[in-house]
Design a protein around this ligand. Sequence first.
Ligand SMILES: [Zn+2]
Length: 181
Amino acid sequence: MIREIVWYGDEVLKQKSHTVEKIDADIKELINDMFETMYQNNGVGLAAVQVNVLKKVIIVGIPQEDESMFEMALINPEIIYHSDEECEGEEGCLSIPDIVDDVFRSTSIKVKYLDIDNNEQILEANDFLARVIQHEIDHTNGILFLDRLESHQKRMHKKDLKFIKSESLKRQNTKSVNEKY
Ligand SMILES: [Zn+2]
């Protein structure tokens, strides 16, 4: 099922997600829905909070050169190592439509997580994959890529952000009306 993506301006995006205690059918359904939602919106990564679920679940789906898809679901992901070496790269976010900018991220990381079968895994990731995972783990801590921009970069997006925020508030109001009736 495709879920609605929460937009910038919704306070939920600033909240910290909770640790998943048990990988049950609900979590598996959430992950399936997240993949559907991400591909529908042409994303390469998504965090559960972006579909309004405050749980530490992130997914990545990165098209490979041979046209296959590199897919992963990480539950309770935690960065246990990040390189001091950083590189700058362009990022966008499904919760902040049409805004992209350059963000500095560690070039390589090690991340500890649970896979869907409840096995603890450690993944070493570099370059683009490392970037996507850092972006998504930020979401689980209530951090957006905008928070990592220099103030002069952020200023350039002020008008667009104001627009997204007002659209986001409209959507939230419709939501609460729907829930009432
Ligand atoms: Zn994002």
